[in-house]
Ligand binder design. Structure first.
Ligand SMILES: Cc1ncc(COP(=O)(O)O)c(C=O)c1O
Length: 396
């Protein structure tokens, strides 16, 4: 029978792309759309990476080792040794983006029906990956009024059952911009140790931390080294989304061995991406300094601007390049669609992501949006004006 699997039917649509048909229609009408819905940075990748790509001298397009090019893994190990000096290249597997790293890890550690605990709201594709592996997500609500900080440790403990395999955190967080402190993470480590769970830490935004704060990586949690699995990616940190390179880092040899079998089944991560990502490791600190300055300016412009609009509440994010804003509307999805279908200001409108798509199903939050500050200050200022003008005439 030509029917789709239950899993296929249940596969969630991306909340980021759901409104795309409406933005396409707006563009066809000649309206300029400012995309604040998607985490595709307009920041340029490091110049050395672009030069490397433009100067590739290649006569063969081969597979690489399934674990990734060894030279790249060895260089990456040196990068991670700045965080945790015992990381070796054998603790690292190169993947096709952080996405494949997450997918592989969940399949390595979970059987159908197993559970993972995730602070809510969370990166929407965790739903898709969990659905693919038949895993149940147990969400713990984080509150906008607390700046989406890590929930109290006892709330994690209450969610743990016999089926629980892991706690999954994103730090700094997409969609919230929350940054977890070393104290919070050390508390979390105690629970991980007590119940012998995995801690999956998605740190794909690691470099983007503002206000001179320090990022505390889970690689520093040495008391739970065997439990910890780091997910990383070059997509955001070097603005190299299309290179499709990420990695899994873990001191757990069984995990790496199992993940390698999944990696062998898909043969190899992309070869050009790996060569570009290897070059990215030569990027000077000045690049990150400038990028962080730019994101800080954008964050301040956006969040301060939004908070001046009557009825909007938006906590200041501490990392990544997203914020969640509560709007004075009943249903933010209807408002986002209205902005695209019915509204423009001086020929321009904005595309925002309704935040409901980043919350678990049980969570009824309907009046928030996620905004990615991936556009320059001028366009962000215009976007704020559009949201303000729109809200003035919008009727729920
Ligand atoms: C939190 C988080 N994790 C993982 C990913 C996956 O990114 P990629 O597959 O491009 O590395 C993303 C992308 O937006 C993300 O926001």
């Amino acid at each position: 029978m030509l029917t789709m699997s239950e899993k296929g039917k249940k596969m969630p649509e991306s909340p980021i792309r759901k409104l795309v048909p409406f933005s396409e229609k707006a563009k066809k009408k000649g309206i300029n759309v400012l995309h604040l819905n998607i985490g595709q940075p307009d920041i340029l990748p490091p110049k050395n990476v672009i030069q490397k790509i433009n100067n590739f001298k290649i006569d063969q397009i081969t597979y690489s080792h399934s674990a990734g090019i060894e030279e790249y893994r060895r260089k990456l190990a040196i990068y991670y040794q700045k965080i945790q000096k015992h990381i070796s290249y054998q603790d690292i597997l190169i993947t096709t983006g952080g996405s494949e790293a997450l997918n592989t890890v969940l399949n390595c550690i979970c059987d159908p029906g197993d559970e993972i605990i995730i602070p809510d709201p969370y990166y929407a594709n965790y739903n898709g990956f969990s659905n693919g592996a038949n895993i149940k997500i147990k969400a713990i609500t984080c509150l906008i009024d607390d700046g989406f900080r890590l929930p109290e440790i006892n709330t994690f403990e209450k969610k743990i059952t016999k089926k629980t395999k892991a706690i999954l955190i994103c730090n700094p967080g997409n969609p919230t911009g929350a940054l977890y402190t070393s104290k919070e993470l050390q508390e979390l480590a105690k629970i991980i140790k007590k119940y012998n769970l995995f801690l999956i830490a998605d740190e794909v935004y690691r470099e983007f931390v503002y206000d001179n704060q320090q990022h505390y990586s889970t690689l520093n949690l040495t008391t739970i080294q065997k439990n910890t699995i780091l997910i990383d990616s070059t997509s955001k940190r070097y603005s190299m989304c299309g290179a499709r390179i990420g990695c899994i880092v873990s001191k757990n040899k069984d995990l790496i061995k199992t993940a390698l079998k999944f990696s062998q089944a898909r043969l190899s991560p992309p070869i050009f991406g790996q060569l570009a990502a290897m070059e990215a490791l030569n990027t000077k600190n000045l690049y990150f300094k400038k990028v962080i300055q730019e994101y800080t300016k954008r964050r301040n412009t956006l969040v301060n601007g939004l908070n001046k609009i009557p009825g909007i509440k938006c906590p200041m994010p501490k990392g990544a390049f997203y914020c969640i804003a509560e709007l004075p509307v009943k249903n933010s999805e209807t408002f986002c669609q209205w902005l695209l279908e019915k509204f423009s200001f001086k020929g321009t409108t904005v595309m925002l992501a309704p935040a409901s798509g980043f919350y678990s199903k049980e969570n009824g939050t309907q009046n928030q949006v996620r905004i990615a500050y991936v556009l320059d200050i001028n366009r962000l200022e215009l976007a704020i004006k559009i949201i303000q003008e729109g809200l003035e005439i919008y009727k729920d």
